[in-house]
Ligand binder design. Sequence first.
Ligand SMILES: NC(=O)c1ccc[n+]([C@@H]2O[C@H](COP(=O)([O-])OP(=O)(O)OC[C@H]3O[C@@H](n4cnc5c(N)ncnc54)[C@H](O)[C@@H]3O)[C@@H](O)[C@H]2O)c1
Length: 329
Amino acid sequence: MKYLITGGAGYIGSHMVNFLKKTNAEITIIDNLSTGHLYNTKDCEFINLDLRDKDKLLNKLHKHKFDGVFHFAGKSIVSESVIDPDSYYKNNIIGTNNLLELIIKNDLNNLIFSSSAAVYGNTNEKLISEEHQKIPTNPYGESKLKAEKLINEFSNRYNLNTINLRYFNACGADPSGDYGEDRINETHLIPNALISLIDKKNQFTIFGSNYPTKDGTCVRDYVHVNDIVKAHYLAMSKFNNQTFKDEFNIGLGLGFSVLEIIQACDAVTQKKIELKYADKRDGDPPILIADNQKIKSILNWEPEYTNIKEIIKTAWNWHSKKHLQHSNR
Ligand SMILES: NC(=O)c1ccc[n+]([C@@H]2O[C@H](COP(=O)([O-])OP(=O)(O)OC[C@H]3O[C@@H](n4cnc5c(N)ncnc54)[C@H](O)[C@@H]3O)[C@@H](O)[C@H]2O)c1
């Protein structure tokens, strides 16, 4: 099989590439390396390209054929989107629109899109199902919701197979230690907490301590990156010889507060993360936990990683290995 993967040089995209390589798939990666890394593109056709550049996209991929398209490319930092919403709308919406035009022009089909739980916004419900109202609390979520709508419009108009996968919090790393989260400006909880131990900065900032949650800190649903990849593979397999359009949550259906994650990091690393508190960040809803019944019943998805400490262990393995490589240089 031959796949196009946008954002394949990034965190989740590189795990997808790793998975597909093992199936002997031929892979073409489009990435502008804004947050991704060239080292994630080895053994693939790599096209260094910004999806916002429609002319270049259509020219470079003129007549290219693929069995399916995985669209991971996007900007994804909530706090950054609050400060610079325009760059989020341009990147995530125009980039998606251009990709859809390529799909139509090249007569392609079978698109899986990386959407986000950020499309839902605030909730009073314990678990968020796919039908939950969608009122994003930040421009990032808004950009993902608009991109989903664009995909659905194209899907209806051109009879395309499309699936929007709404991830909750992606985390962990491939157990090989060869792939993981590697960002210059890291904002995600688990990598930041672990890096604070490695860098010996020794202080980790918790944003907000008076949310209406069990301990005042935000609660999220943490799902291992390889389980997200597995969901993509099952979703792509669903397209076999049948027209299919749908959307699914990807999460464990379990909520952990920031403090609980820190405690789990302490337990896994046998170290103590020193904490400091800062004000809430704009745009962060207090609780986001997935109702994952739909993906389990329709795609037969079952997460392999259901224990938060096991998930954190894989991330710790990646960060420790990366640190060792740096210090041996
Ligand atoms: N990490 C999470 O917890 C999470 C949760 C929900 C949804 N998502 C979505 O999943 C996708 C992948 O996330 P990630 O965590 O791997 O992020 P990432 O930043 O590691 O990967 C994104 C990749 O897309 C590339 N990219 C960005 N804009 C581009 C453009 N205009 N043209 C070409 N390449 C571009 C980047 O260089 C990078 O390699 C994103 O769309 C993100 O919004 C992530």
